[in-house]
Structures are given as C-alpha cells and as structure tokens.
Design a protein. Structure first.
Length: 211
C-alpha cells in the first residue's frame, strides 16, 4: 500500500499473580515477535531488512488468536490465572517516505487531509521544515479511543528521514472472554483502516496502490 507498510501490533493487557519477567519470543525471520510480561501479552510484526512482504491483518489476527489461546492454556496449567483483560490495543505504524507523491516536508498537505500549508506570498512564515501533529477520537459506545500521531523520524534500517504515522486504538472489551476481546479488535481494526483513509489524501492512495 505504501513505502514501509504499516506494522500492526495487538496487545491485550492482562493481570495475574506476581509474575515479573519480561520474555521475548522471535521466529527465525525475527519479523514475528511475542512479548510477555506480568501485565501484557503483545503480538507484533516488524520489518527487519525492509524487503519483507507485509502480512495482512487477517493473517496476523488469526496468529494472535492461536497464540493468545495457547498462552491462556499455559496460564491455567501453571496456576497463574485466570488472566483478566483490562485493556486492549491495536497499533498500525506507517512509514511514509518523501519522494513518493510528495517531495519533502513542505508538501505534507499532499499526504494528509488535516494539514494546510500557507502558499500565500504575503504570509510571513515559510512552509515548515518539519511538522508534528496528533489527534484523538472516541470509539463508539465508550469502547476506547483512536490516537493518531504523525511525526518525522529516522527509519532504523537506513536512517532515512520519513514521516511516521501511528494509529493506535486503545480501550477495554466488555469482558475478558475471547469473543469479546476479538470483537474489540475487529472494531479497532475498522476504525484504524477507515481513519487512515479519511486522514490521508486520495491521490496518495492511488500512488500507494491502495484498493
């Protein structure tokens, strides 16, 4: 869809016992990551070399379901439960590179519908060298909030200056049952996808090949 595709991260927060360690589990490619600690279970996908093909949400949510349910079985067998889900989080991180539809940070209005750059020759300030903006939106029925933040950042793998757009839905499911947790993630995913569409320009969607 774009240079440096979004990285979804699914993270229900759980509380059980007094377990203190923080454990990371990586697959052979080091792109698939699970982090477990006393109050979090995080499932993440990330780019390492920059050449990896982005797996779709449908694949990642299915992997999350499998691993989350295995984790719940482990918690029960070890007498650490029950795990109580008090907050869930879904994050997409989009690395938007200059040169792909916009030349530099003076043209961010070509990327975002929320940005307006002064082009009037009478304006005192020139177009900004860099810009950061953020917003927060309420999810329906008190189920949380969608947090959006756009800011310049140096990409880890090549230190290139890009615009980092992070969309994070955060909130609580109605209860800790798996069906309620998964339903919350479906709502979060819808809001992130539709929010991204609304916040970014249609001409950029065409450039990214977004369907």
């Amino acid at each position: 869809m774009m240079e440096g595709p979004a990285k979804p991260q699914l993270a229900p927060q759980v509380l059980f016992g007094n377990v203190q360690p923080r454990c990371w589990f990586l697959d052979a490619s080091k792109t698939q990551l699970i982090q477990v600690q006393n109050d979090r279970f995080i499932r993440n996908w990330r780019k390492v070399t920059g050449d990896e093909e982005y797996p779709r949400y449908s694949f990642l949510i299915e992997k999350f379901r499998e691993e989350w349910e295995q984790f719940l079985q482990f918690v029960e067998l070890e007498g650490l439960g029950p795990a109580k889900v008090n907050q869930c989080e879904l994050t997409y991180i989009n690395q938007i590179e200059p040169g792909s539809g916009w030349k530099d940070f003076s043209e961010l209005e070509k990327v975002f519908t929320t940005v307006h750059m002064p082009r009037n020759g009478a304006a005192f300030l020139p177009t900004p060298e860099l810009m950061t903006w953020e917003a927060r939106y309420n999810l329906p029925d008190g189920k949380g909030r969608l947090h959006v933040q756009a800011q310049p950042a140096f990409r880890n793998r090549d230190f290139k200056l890009i615009e980092n757009l992070a969309l994070t839905a955060r909130g609580a499911p109605e209860d800790s049952t798996n069906n309620r947790v998964y339903a919350w993630f479906e709502l979060a995913h819808e809001w992130i996808v539709r929010g991204f569409d609304q916040l970014t320009q249609p001409q950029m969607h065409q450039h990214w090949g977004k369907k």
